[in-house]
Design a protein around this ligand. Structure first.
Ligand code: C2E
Ligand code: CA
Ligand code: CA
Length: 548
């Protein structure tokens, strides 16, 4: 049926006609749950919350006006409140408002009857059941979390032999949509997601909005494929002008392997899978498996034990020498280690990444930097006083801390020369708010700290970092030393990096030197500072001090 587009006069006429038949006629914006009035100039203004006519928190949970607008067809509904029966006919109407914008709202035509006599018995029971308000999400009319738990359990019990899948969805950066495009667009995103997900589910399957931008569905496994997960989502993406914003939905998938565990635990597993996607920009979904649970438990352990570990002095810095071609030590890189009470050493790759997901990384880094500066202070007046120490800076530190202030105060506190503390940064600092990061780095450099570009060549934007900041040292990533089919190419790249750094008046350190052959090649190419197992592994400070 072709939809009719009303203008103001026509709409008023229509409403007047309806008012001669019904007790109450009004226009409602079902997404905002508000009555709408239209001035003679065709301007919209919002009025009361639409359910204030008769209380009905209930109505919102299963809003027929919303259904009508979404489906584009009339919806009729009977509701009871305070011993009155309200029969509501909802007609979706499209009309043009003052600025020429077309909107779709619901025209509610309501008849009120005293008493509940006209519905009762099974009809009333059905009504009560349908309106088990505690199980619905009022905004999207899907189940809420409670509804998801109840109906998924019923689904499993009803068809225990049918294999099933739970998919937990959320919108990446939903807050950004709210901030950039406003609440109305954010709401529209949720509504469209609801429509798509509802469409994916058969009558016996379960579709729910858990909270905020989190949705979950439980479907039969036979329907599932990796394509299925994101099918239809273009309908949401089209809300955004191409290129202006990339709508990104992520999904965690759990195959129900044990019917007996609580549905909440099943949902948690799907969410666990979902939560690991954050680490990877290109990933749109992930499957739950038991190793994931172990990973999450490990991460939780790291975070829960962090404070205690720090307080007990179990984080220690190890120093790895940086040497010249003859093995003479110039200084060292400070690399953190977590020493267990048993003496076991946990390497940084097992906890740095975890801590980087929280602000704790900065707490740890501040500690490591202070330990390094204390060490430099302790070396004053000893044979080791010419050594420098390089420390690592996580990109997250730029957010949590005023790095300029921190470092300048730190060296002042211990009366250490700024040039003795070298700061290693990687190109990941450019990922966010790069102008600000660049200015902080340049300010540190101007103040006299040496800046090293770590892992040079490992990512994609090493060159832009080089262009924008005044760095003193390039640390070439050990990837270029790895045996590979492209040995010749790697060598040429190494050669070019070394020549380039020469032109830029920068020093080069090559990391990960493990063999004599590698060393000889690097010397031939013109590199003169090295860090690698060939010379020494990272070691406790006392051991480092013994090297002569
Ligand atoms: P990185 O900054 O690139 O540090 C160099 C890593 O290469 C160190 O690993 C070092 O042990 C290793 N390495 C050195 N020479 C060789 C070699 O010849 N062969 C091989 N295969 N490896 C070599 P480590 O100590 O496990 O640290 C790993 C990463 O953890 C570091 O990589 C750094 O990104 C991070 N990290 C370590 N300490 C800290 C810290 O205090 N703060 C922060 N934010 N990150 C840290
Ligand atoms: Ca480093
Ligand atoms: Ca490195």
């Amino acid at each position: 049926m072709k939809k009719y587009l009303y203008n103001y006069d026509e709409l008023v006429q229509l409403m007047e006609k309806m008012r001669s038949i019904y007790d109450l006629v009004r226009i409602v914006d079902p997404e905002e749950c508000r009555e709408i009035s239209i001035s003679t100039e065709g301007e919209l203004s919002v009025g009361n919350l639409c359910y204030s006519t008769w209380d009905t928190a209930q109505r919102c949970k299963n809003c027929s006006s919303y259904k009508a607008c979404m489906s584009g067809t009339r919806v009729e509904k009977t509701e009871i409140h305070n011993n009155n029966t309200y029969h509501v006919l909802v007609i979706p109407v499209d009309f043009i408002i003052a600025n020429g914008v077309q909107v779709t709202y619901a025209m509610e035509c309501i008849t009120v009857t005293k008493g509940v006599s006209n519905i009762g018995g099974t009809e009333k029971a059905r009504f009560d059941k349908e309106n088990d308000v505690s199980l619905y999400d009022y905004k999207t009319n899907l189940f809420n979390f409670e509804g998801f738990l109840k109906h998924t359990r019923e689904f499993i019990n009803r068809k225990p032999d049918v294999e099933k899948v739970i998919i937990a969805y959320n919108v990446r950066g939903f807050k950004v949509i709210n901030e950039m495009y406003g609440k109305a667009t954010a709401t529209e995103v949720l509504m469209r997601m609801a429509t798509i997900l509802r469409g994916k589910c058969d009558d016996d399957e379960v579709c729910a909005r858990i909270k905020g931008d989190q949705f979950a569905i439980c479907i039969k496994k036979e329907k599932f494929s990796t394509e299925f997960i994101h099918e239809g989502m273009e309908y949401v993406s089209e809300l955004f002008e191409e290129g202006a914003y990339r709508f990104f939905l992520q999904a965690g998938v759990y195959y129900i392997t044990e019917n007996d565990i609580p549905v909440a635990a099943m949902y948690d597993r799907a969410m666990l899978a979902n939560s690991v996607i954050h680490d990877d920009n290109n990933k749109k979904f992930a499957f739950y498996d038991d190793s994931l649970m172990e990973k999450i438990i490990h991460e939780q352990n790291v975070i829960n034990n962090f404070e205690k570990t720090l307080k007990n002095g179990q984080f220690k810095i190890f120093l790895q020498p940086q040497v010249n071609e003859y093995g003479r030590v110039h200084g060292a890189e400070a690399l953190v280690r977590w020493i267990q009470p048993s003496g076991d050493i946990i390497p940084p790759m097992d906890f740095i990444g975890v801590l980087e997901k929280t602000e704790l990384i900065t707490v740890l880094d501040k500690y490591v930097w202070e330990e390094a500066v204390k060490q430099l202070a302790a070396w004053k007046g000893t044979d080791n006083e010419n050594y420098y120490i390089s420390v690592n800076i996580s990109p997250k530190d730029f957010f949590h801390l005023d790095l300029y202030e921190f470092f300048t105060q730190l060296v002042e506190k211990y009366d250490v020369e700024k040039s003795k503390l070298k700061l290693e940064i990687t190109e990941s600092v450019l990922m966010n708010d790069e102008a600000k990061q660049i200015s902080v780095i340049n300010k540190l450099h101007k103040a006299g700290f040496e800046i090293e570009i770590d892992d040079f060549g490992k990512g994609y934007s090493s060159l832009s970092l080089l262009k924008d900041i005044d760095a003193d040292v390039i640390k070439i990533d050990r990837e270029f030393l790895r045996e590979s089919e492209n040995l010749l190419r790697s060598e040429r790249i190494l050669d070019s990096i070394i020549t380039m750094s020469d032109k830029l008046d920068m020093k080069v350190i090559t990391e990960g030197v493990e063999t004599k052959e590698q060393l000889d090649k690097l010397i031939r190419l013109g590199c003169n500072t090295f860090q690698g197992f060939y010379f020494a592994r990272p070691m406790p400070v006392e051991e480092f001090e013994q090297i002569k």
